[in-house]
Design a protein around this ligand. Structure first.
Ligand code: ATP
Ligand code: MG
Length: 505
């Protein structure tokens, strides 16, 4: 797969970057060739985003040199980097929720006629680009906020791909995508490679990196551990370099004791998103939800939690024979339910507050004495979770917006675990989390189940569902089409169930 030319596009050497309390990068060397995919991997907080932000002009390094085609390169900002043909698709979603899909894609160069935006032209051009990334059935004139996180991510990628460039940096483009969209994205990457574009690719999915990248650079604590051709590496080699040890994949969970039914859902229906969905989760059980993007998993959870209003269906909680009344999330929380949403930016975190405050937010009452927040206890709790989940931060007082993407996600998880609810819904909890930390989260979920909690685990990563769940429910086009127990499931069975309603429908 190595391109014919092999000309060096970009070199960066001796790059240093310090943020208050942390050396994010130290003496980093990196280079990129024409038509090459160069992957950057490393644990949460290793410095991956910081490095591409420096290359794409979003951040400035403290010291070090960069060259593009041998010419000194010192971008004065993002726009300047783009003038040099260097673009990046950022890790966090940066779409403007109220603008349409098409407007977001072309935000910087809206086609106009006589001073007015030419919407016909705009939508037509957007539709073409979206078709290429597999979003052909989405109307480009709908506002972005009406899309799910995975689809928003595809729009963001489409925006990045829509402009010509020499270097494209993709910071975790596939974190919210399922296999189908990943394949489409890889098709686009192959096309760009063939045109000689150099691609910097950040991902926590090591299988993906082995598949798509020509070379891999492993970062640890802001330093380059190694840069090697992918052909010389196995997944285990990369993981060892990232975390400094081997990870045990199998047997995360034995057959545990499953208790009484904690949640029973009957005939839940919401438009064409959720169609007559029924299932049960017991205390001490982890029930996985698999399915393609847009199959209705998140919508089911939202309806269950009272965030959207179901048109039909009953929910029975904690063994009661009377249906529960859950009209809004407040009712759900009162009924000892918790929901970790897939959209941490929109709903999970208050980025301007400290790590400590974010963790305690959902349970402030327990930390108050005579109406005052007991800050030292709050700090102790935060410290405990920071240690348990290895959140990389300067202190409990650091604002969450300063943490790396994966570490922000860990704070969301800490917050909901600390709430101590009986029924926990986790929607893509390991999005953007590195392999080592993922395992800490799986163990945490297993612990919670062991303590008698009922857990619903929605994920696009089949392997992780198969590693921790007791049963896996599969959704397809709004229906719950199959539920498999551990001794019944296989990757093939789950995938064919996930596609079933689309094939016959
Ligand atoms: N604006 C900032 N202020 C303070 N510290 C920051 C800031 N941006 C990043 N950092 C710190 O720099 C370090 C590297 O962060 P970076 O975002 O590059 O990590 P990453 O490798 O992309 O991690 P992830 O896999 O979680 O996305 C982290 O310790 C992070 O907390
Ligand atoms: Mg990052």
């Amino acid at each position: 797969m190595t391109p014919a030319t092999n000309k060096t596009l970009l070199t960066a050497s001796g790059i240093n970057k310090t943020f208050p309390g942390v050396q994010a990068l130290s003496d980093v060397q990196f280079d990129l060739k024409e038509g090459e995919v160069h992957a950057l991997v490393g644990e949460n907080g290793a410095g991956k985003s910081t490095l591409v932000c420096i290359i794409a002009g979003v951040e400035r390094s403290d010291s070090g040199q960069m060259h593009v085609y041998g010419q000194p390169y010192q971008p004065q900002g993002r726009a300047d980097a783009e003038r040099h043909g260097i673009r990046m698709v950022m890790q966090e979603l940066h779409l403007i929720a109220n603008l349409t899909v098409a407007e977001n894609i072309f935000i910087e160069r809206l086609p106009s006629r006589f001073g007015f935006i030419d919407y016909q032209k705009l939508n037509r051009a957007a539709r073409e680009i979206m078709q290429e990334v597999g979003l052909g059935d989405i109307d480009p004139s709908v506002p972005v906020r009406s899309l799910g996180v995975g689809q928003q991510q595809m729009v963001e990628i489409a925006a990045g791909l829509s402009q010509s460039c020499r270097i494209l940096a993709l910071d975790e483009p596939t974190a919210s995508l399922t296999d189908k969209e990943i394949e489409l994205l890889f098709g686009q990457i192959e096309k760009l490679k063939a045109q000689g574009v150099g691609i910097i690719y950040i991902s926590h999915r090591i299988e993906e990196v082995i598949h798509i990248a020509d070379r891999v650079t492993v970062l640890r604590d802001g330093k380059v551990v190694s840069t090697r051709p992918t052909s010389q590496l196995k997944i285990t080699d990369i993981i060892r370099m990232m975390v400094g040890r081997d990870l045990q994949h199998e047997h995360l969970r034995g057959a545990g004791e499953v208790g009484k039914v904690a949640l029973c859902v009957e005939g839940l229906t919401l438009g064409d998103k959720v169609k007559d969905v029924s299932f049960e989760v017991c205390r001490g059980e982890i029930l996985g939800f698999a399915g393609l993007m847009g199959s209705g998993r998140t919508e089911t959870m939202r309806a269950l939690f009272g965030a959207d209003h179901a048109e039909a269906g009953q929910i029975y909680l904690h063994g009661s024979s009377a249906p529960a009344k859950i009209r809004n999330p407040h009712d759900a929380v009162r009924n000892a339910m918790a929901f970790l949403t897939e959209d941490r930016k929109g709903q999970g975190l208050l980025p301007a507050l400290a790590v400590r405050e974010n963790i305690s937010l959902a349970r402030l009452r327990d930390l108050c004495r005579f109406g005052f927040i007991n800050t030292s206890e709050e700090r102790a709790v935060a410290r405990q979770y920071i240690d348990a989940l290895s959140v990389r931060c300067a202190s409990t007082e650091q604002t969450v917006s300063e943490l790396s993407g994966g570490n922000q996600q860990k704070v969301v998880i800490a917050k909901w675990i600390f709430r101590d609810s009986d029924i926990l819904i986790f929607d893509e909890p390991t999005r953007g989390i590195d392999v080592g930390a993922k395992f800490e989260i799986y163990h945490k979920l297993a612990d919670l189940a062991e303590k008698g909690k009922a857990i619903i685990f929605v994920s696009s990563d089949l392997k992780e569902l198969m590693a921790v769940c007791d049963r896996i429910a599969v959704m397809s086009a709004g229906r719950l089409v199959a539920t498999f127990s551990r001794d019944e499931w296989s990757q093939e069975k789950i995938m064919s169930a996930a596609f079933s309603e689309y094939v016959t429908g």
